[in-house]
Structure formats: structure tokens, C-alpha cells
Write a protein that binds this ligand. Structure first.
Ligand SMILES: *[C@@H]1O[C@H](CO)[C@@H](O)[C@H](O)[C@H]1NC(C)=O
Ligand SMILES: *[C@@H]1O[C@H](CO)[C@@H](O)[C@H](O)[C@H]1NC(C)=O
Ligand SMILES: *[C@@H]1O[C@H](CO)[C@@H](O)[C@H](O)[C@H]1NC(C)=O
Length: 416
């Protein structure tokens, strides 16, 4: 490992495993940001969004690739670093993400934060914070009683005092407690500061629950605040428009009523998420079968450009082997809807036996056999490598691939 910069603890943490310095210099721009996290996180100081020196005006940035399926960095590179942290997102950008993906929830005082679960239990060190022990509650969330420490019972300042940790025990635990929760605005700033065009892919998470629990002083609701934030940073424009290509964004939600509501507020492209076949929609209580029927796809396509189904709804599995694919991709494509399934993960425990423990075999199957348009991955680097080998993005890499091929043909034929 080449240590490029020594700007204190966080920069070192972030620069781990970098073997070439030059392309990572932009990380330097985040050093002050990371110190702010440190101060905000561990001294308990109020934290406010810092000013963004947007690189959007820089017309020389490498544009978003649009010729192959999108690499969507699910919660950042959370296979390597605690999910939805600045470090996980910056790592994903280094590794080639087209979009960085996040879940938006709210704090008690109405700040929009990047956080997946309604409770803090599984991905923060909340259990070690004795001062918050009494805040443990039970709420009914989507028809189920859930007990834990809820984001909606903590102010942003309190949330900033927690350390994030890995969700899965079999992933690298050394970064636990090192990074704090970030706000939606901080997340946006990471995308805007990237050295090339990197899109964002935020989810309106648990909107029914958030609107029940969090009240904004101006009477606006969660979805309004979500769209206000995107507008504040210049996100606008329909899919593939000039504005969109300059600052690409997909808005995702499992709640069709939120997607329909915001379609009056923004023309940014939206993706309708589809869960497990047993789970009804959280707002309209429709079954999986209802929302994947042709009639419904025809209806929802007025509001969305695609669907984001769980992988199992496209290729069901049994005994860890793949079964025959459903017609969901064919149906969606027939309605001109993109398909961005979730979630691709490298570890044995998630890979089906058909792929003989090879994540590249899984990407090959989904991209070249199933024909998806985007993939939510926990390991952006692996997907990026696969795509660069099989469908390279630049003339440079095409040329080097050709040279490689020629070299290997020559050596195979014993003429070198
Ligand atoms: C949740 O708990 C409350 C209080 O015990 C109970 O009244 C309610 O029926 C429970 N809801 C569900 C969905 O189990
Ligand atoms: C969208 O705006 C139109 C016109 O103001 C209104 O009639 C309609 O109810 C709105 N739709 C939603 C879902 O809010
Ligand atoms: C949702 O739909 C199911 C099946 O139609 C029904 O049994 C259930 O009562 C509904 N739940 C709500 C909260 O409306």
C-alpha cells in the first residue's frame, strides 16, 4: 500500500489500499469535511452543512457512462466500509460507481439523514451509549411492532454522536465506530465534489412512518423536504436531459403514492422498488402480483422510468440454486421500463451455487442473460472491473484490451 497523504486519522482510513495516488487527490478536498465529522461526532457539537464548492461547472469532468448497465453503489461500498458513511461513498466513487445509492430518513428535529433502518440498533454503536438507553421504544412500522432506538427519537446532533458499524459480522469490523451518520446534504456534496460525473440514487424511505412521527414546522411533509433538498443543489431534468446528465439522479421508493406525489414536484426520473413477493406495498397495501401486472405497469410508467425489484422476483431460487426466471424483465421492458435489481454481493453466503463462488459469473448472467439495466451492488469495484473487462468504457481500455488479446493469441500460438 502506498500511503499518499498523512492528514490524520480519517484521511489514512480512507486512503487505505490505494496503490496509485494521482487519481485520488480529490479525496483531499474532504479532509476538512472529515474533521468536521470528527468534531461533530465525538465532541457533540452541532453540525451544519458546509458550503459546497461544486465541480459541476467544470465542463471537463468525465461524463456519466450511459452505454452499459449502471453500477449503483448500494449504500456506498458497504462490502468494505460501514454502510452509508462518507468513507463508503468515497470508496465507491474511487471504484467506479455510476451512482451512489442511499436511504433517506429523518431525525426528530426534521433533518434528512442517510440511514437504512428505522432503528439504529444494527448499524450503530447506540447500545454502548448508556445516556440513550431510556430512548428504546416500540412503534408499529408497516404493520409490525418494532422495538429499538429509532432515528425519529434523536436530534441530528445526537445522531452525529453515534459511530456507524458494519451490519454483517463476516465483513471488515475495523472501521466500526470511526465514521458518523451523514445528512442528505453531505451525501449530495460527496457526489458533486467527485472528479467525474457521479449520479445519486436516494430512496424516500418509510414515508408513512416518517410522516407520522416527524412534523416540520412549515407543515410540509417528508417528500416535500426530500425534493426541496434536491432542488437546492440543482438536481432537475428528465432522464437523459442536459440538466440530468450534468447532475444525474434517480429517486426510488417502495411507496407508489410518494412517487406519484413527487411527480408533481420534479421531473427527475423515478424508480419504483418492488420487494419480496410476500410483502404488500407499505402505503397502498397492494400485493406483489397486483403491482407487477401489465395493467399496473402501464399505470405506474406515467410516473417512473423503471422498477427496482429484488433479484428473487426475477430469478427465484431453491436450495441455493437458481430456478427458471419469471417474465418480470420482459414485461417491464415491454412497457419501456428499466430494471435495476438489488442486491449483488460477493460473499459465498449470498452467491448461488450456479455461480461456483464467482461474483463475475453472477454479473455475467444478470447482464448478458437476464438483460438488466442497472445493478445495486455492495461491491462496486467488482462490478466495475467486470464491466471494464467485458464492455470497456474508454478508447484507452479498448486499445489495451486489444493489445492484451493480441499478446495472448501470440503466446498461445508460440510465436513470441
Ligand atoms: C403492537 O403492540 C400494541 C401494544 O401492545 C398492540 O396494541 C398492537 O396490536 C400491536 N400491533 C401489532 C401489529 O402487532
Ligand atoms: C398534481 O397537481 C395537480 C394540479 O395541481 C393536482 O390536480 C393533482 O392532484 C396533483 N397530484 C398529486 C398526486 O398531488
Ligand atoms: C391489506 O390487504 C390484505 C389482503 O387484501 C388484507 O387482508 C389486509 O387487511 C389489508 N391491510 C390493511 C392494513 O388494509
Amino acid at each position: 500500500m502506498v500511503q499518499c497523504f498523512r492528514f490524520g486519522y480519517f484521511a489514512e482510513r480512507i486512503s487505505f489500499r490505494l496503490d496509485s495516488c494521482s487519481s485520488y487527490r480529490w479525496v483531499l478536498a474532504f479532509v476538512p469535511l472529515l474533521f468536521l465529522f470528527l468534531i461533530g461526532g465525538y465532541v457533540g457539537r452541532p453540525f451544519y452543512p458546509f458550503p459546497i464548492k461544486s465541480k459541476v461547472a467544470d465542463g471537463n469532468r468525465q461524463p456519466l457512462q450511459t452505454f452499459r448497465p449502471y453500477n449503483v453503489a448500494h449504500r456506498g461500498s458497504n462490502g468494505e466500509l460501514p454502510e452509508e458513511t462518507a468513507a463508503a461513498y468515497m470508496r465507491a466513487i474511487e471504484e467506479g460507481a455510476d451512482f451512489i445509492e442511499t436511504d433517506i430518513l429523518a431525525s426528530k428535529d426534521g433533518a434528512l439523514i442517510c440511514f437504512h433502518d428505522v432503528t439504529l440498533d444494527d448499524t450503530t454503536d447506540i447500545a454502548d451509549h448508556k445516556e440513550f438507553a431510556y430512548r428504546k421504544r416500540t412503534y408499529e412500522v408497516q404493520g409490525v411492532n418494532v422495538t429499538g432506538w429509532f432515528t425519529v427519537d434523536f436530534t441530528l446532533q445526537e445522531l452525529k454522536s453515534l459511530g456507524m458499524k458494519q451490519r454483517y459480522k463476516f465483513r471488515d469490523q475495523q472501521y466500526n465506530g470511526k465514521f458518523s451518520i451523514i445528512t442528505f446534504e453531505e451525501f449530495i456534496s460527496i457526489a458533486l465534489e467527485a472528479p467525474r460525473v457521479v449520479g445519486i440514487y436516494p430512496e424516500i424511505k418509510n414515508p408513512i412512518f416518517i410522516n407520522q412521527q416527524v412534523k416540520w414546522a412549515d407543515g410540509r411533509k417528508f417528500e416535500d423536504k426530500f425534493i426541496d433538498t434536491l432542488k437546492k443543489y440543482g438536481y432537475k431534468g428528465s432522464y437523459m436531459s442536459k440538466d440530468w446528465l450534468n447532475q444525474p439522479a434517480f429517486i426510488q421508493s417502495f411507496a407508489p403514492s410518494s412517487l406519484i406525489y413527487i411527480s408533481n414536484l420534479t421531473d427527475l426520473p423515478k424508480i419504483f422498488l418492488i420487494g419480496d413477493v410476500t410483502i404488500p406495498t407499505q402505503d397502498t397495501n397492494q400485493s406483489y402480483w397486483e403491482i407487477t401486472a401489465d395493467g399496473y405497469l402501464e399505470f405506474i410508467k406515467q410516473y417512473v422510468v423503471g422498477i427496482g425489484p429484488s433479484k428473487e422476483t426475477i430469478v427465484p431460487t431453491s436450495n441455493n440454486y437458481l430456478l427458471t426466471p419469471t417474465d418480470l424483465v420482459v414485461k417491464a421492458h415491454a412497457h419501456d421500463l428499466q430494471v435495476h435489481p438489488y442486491t449483488y454481493r460477493n460473499e459465498d453466503t449470498f452467491l448461488h451455487f450456479d455461480f461456483h463462488q464467482d461474483p463475475y459469473a453472477e454479473y455475467d448472467y444478470w447482464i448478458n442473460n437476464v438483460g438488466v439495466d442497472g445493478l445495486f451492488t455492495d461491491f462496486t469495484g467488482s462490478l466495475h472491473n467486470f464491466q471494464e473487462w467485458t464492455s470497456p468504457s474508454s478508447d484507452d481500455s479498448k486499445a489495451s484490451k486489444l493489445l492484451h488479446k493480441i499478446a495472448s493469441m501470440m503466446s498461445t500460438h508460440g510465436r513470441v
